[in-house]
Design a protein. Structure first.
Length: 207
């Protein structure tokens, strides 16, 4: 007896330029990563998330390792661009407390606007391999250096403050604010975090 069911058809990816295909695959990889963690970031998972076949992914990147490197490059660049946009040009004086508060506000806004990019940067994805941890640390080293430069410019040569330690602490504090904002947004909205930060700055001035 003939089968009345229509034969299954193989899905074909819609044609698109290679650069667009690669970006779409990285977007899908970021969604898989945020939802399922690094242990589930596979060619099959990315293909399913994008709605294409595995060969489409291989044609674009050649394998999971090149794709992960490309994803790390893009994520690191986006995070660094957002953070460095808040750093004043070298040697330009600022009102330090005001800048610290505005920079924290700007970074938290960036995190709210693009949480998928920031979750891996902030270490909120389980199972990060050493390569990812190294990338995160290299980004943090860059940011600490820029913050230290701003402190040196605005504190003056007479200051006895250890700017490297302070810069490390400030970056770590804003990191924690960003984590709270993503993980527990109802309990720690941006306004509450910034109010606490402003209070810390006022306390520092009073001592």
């Amino acid at each position: 007896m003939a089968n009345d069911q229509p034969a299954g058809r193989r899905r074909y990816a819609a044609r698109m330029p290679l650069d667009e295909r690669r970006e779409a695959l990285l977007d899908a990889a970021l969604r898989v990563l945020g939802r399922d963690g690094y242990g589930h970031l596979t060619i099959s998972a990315i293909a399913a998330e994008t709605g294409v076949t595995r060969p489409v992914v291989y044609d674009a990147y050649g394998g999971i390792d090149p794709l992960l490197h490309a994803l790390l490059d893009r994520t690191q660049q986006r995070a660094a661009d957002a953070a460095l946009a808040l750093i004043p040009a070298g040697g330009v004086p600022v009102e330090l407390d005001r800048w610290l508060l505005e920079a924290a506000d700007g970074l938290l806004q960036a995190v709210q606007a693009d949480p998928e990019t920031w979750r891996p940067v902030l270490g909120l994805i389980d199972g990060a391999p050493p390569l990812v941890r190294e990338r995160i640390e290299s980004t943090l080293v860059l940011l600490r250096g820029f913050v230290a430069d701003v402190l040196r410019t605005n504190l003056g040569p007479e200051s006895q403050l250890d700017v490297e330690v302070v810069a490390h602490s400030l970056v770590a504090l804003v990191q924690e604010f960003a984590r709270l904002l993503l993980v527990r947004p109802d309990e720690y909205p941006k306004e509450r975090l910034l109010a606490a930060y402003a209070g810390m700055l006022a306390l520092r001035r009073a001592t």
